[in-house]
Write a protein of this length. Structure first.
Length: 385
């Protein structure tokens, strides 16, 4: 079977949840004998993991500025080439990206990775005009427009409930997968501890990036509170380099860390090829997200950290409260409540037995999301189209 995946930014760099999710799904399908092509914004054609990536040299990284340009290019490409494929499969957190599926001459599927509406509000550095585009992109209007021809897939029950009721009744739920074997495997972390040079006994990882909806400021404030009672703790802040306001945001966050007295106790990490080691070095992994409007409602970093057996502290946002059982396989806190977040981090740091149990239960829970199980659901869906 010949499959065509499409989306706005699905090619390298492999630093974001959606890109890595689509890459892992495609890789697993190739292993099962499928022919997979990926159509996305990019420069030229390339091959990765047995898949052909077709790069459309249009637009840029900023969604609000370039979505219409890239969508038009994808639509034109589908009008010409989609008849060569058995299934066309779109991927995005924005329902608007489902619309090119209407131009497909092959059966069309669209996986929606976050709520159809802007649950939690639109938190962004973009100007007002771009926010209006984002608001339209996260609404039921493009869902209804695409629904006559496009089969919608939701990554969770929570996401499916945000679809129009009549459509939700016929939309399957297929969860996000994780490379469980990769992240559950033990790796050496001694070199990383030396590289960081923070001289700390324990580490707390912020598994996010500099985007304002990921709660970076909340993490830094909570870190300063933790340091008052656990002075031997170091903090790791992941950055990815793909946000259109990356430099400005990084300057703001580092300035806040300076004012909070965190410098010398925090490392801002760029793109890492050894992310498995980063997880395993961490005694606590924190996901203090504030809104799900622009990223996956089930964060891939959550599933990766769980697979690594790390104790989790996550905000009650998106699908995280349905995956994390309070006191069972992790801890939850109210988004934006930095005192509560700090208290939960300290609880784990000060209770090694509880930390060990939470990590073990997290790993057991994550195994259910292994791609070897999830990919079969997509294969069954494709066969029915």
């Amino acid at each position: 079977m010949k499959l065509l995946f499409y989306g706005l930014s699905l090619g390298p760099p492999w630093v974001e949840g959606l890109r890595n999710t689509v890459r892992s799904l495609g890789r697993r399908l190739v292993e099962r004998g499928f022919d997979v092509t990926v159509l996305s914004r990019g420069v030229g054609d390339a091959f990765f993991d047995g898949m052909k990536y077709v790069g459309l040299n249009v637009g840029g990284e900023a969604y609000s500025e370039n979505a219409s340009i890239v969508l038009a290019a994808i639509t034109r490409w589908l009008l010409v080439h989609s008849g060569s494929y058995d299934v066309v499969h779109g991927h995005s957190s924005f329902p608007l990206i489902a619309l090119p599926g209407l131009a497909s001459r092959a059966p069309s599927v669209f996986t929606l990775y976050s709520p159809a509406e802007a649950v939690g509000g639109i938190i962004t550095d973009s100007p007002l005009s771009h926010r209006m585009i984002l608001r339209f992109s996260k609404s039921s209007i493009p869902v209804w427009a695409a629904s006559p021809k496009v089969v919608f897939v939701a990554i969770s029950e929570g996401v499916r409930r945000t679809l129009p009721r009549a459509l939700a009744a016929h939309s399957p739920v297929i969860p996000v997968g994780v490379e469980f074997g990769r992240f559950s495997r033990r790796v050496d972390v001694g070199y990383l501890r030396s590289e960081l040079g923070l001289g700390c006994d324990r580490f707390v990882l912020f598994a996010g990036d500099v985007t304002p909806w990921k709660g970076g400021e909340d993490f830094l404030v909570a870190a300063s509170l933790v340091l008052r009672e656990a002075a031997d703790t170091g903090f790791l802040f992941l950055t990815k380099g793909t946000y259109e306001y990356e430099e400005e945001r990084l300057r703001v966050l580092k300035g806040l860390a300076q004012r909070l007295g965190l410098m010398g106790r925090i490392a801002f990490l760029g793109r890492r090829k050894d992310i498995e080691a980063v997880y395993q070095l961490s005694d606590v992994v924190v996901l203090p997200y504030r809104s799900m409007f622009s990223f996956m409602s089930t964060p891939l970093s959550l599933l990766e950290a769980m697979s690594a057996g790390r104790p989790i502290v996550a905000s009650r946002v998106g699908d995280m409260p349905s995956i994390i059982r309070e006191g069972g396989n992790g801890l939850l806190f109210d988004a934006g409540n930095t005192a509560q977040l700090a208290s939960k981090i300290l609880y784990i740091l000060n209770n090694k037995g509880i930390a060990k149990r939470l990590g073990e239960e997290a790993m057991r829970s994550a195994e259910a999301y292994d791609w070897s199980k999830v990919v079969q659901s997509y294969i069954e869906l494709y066969s029915k189209l």
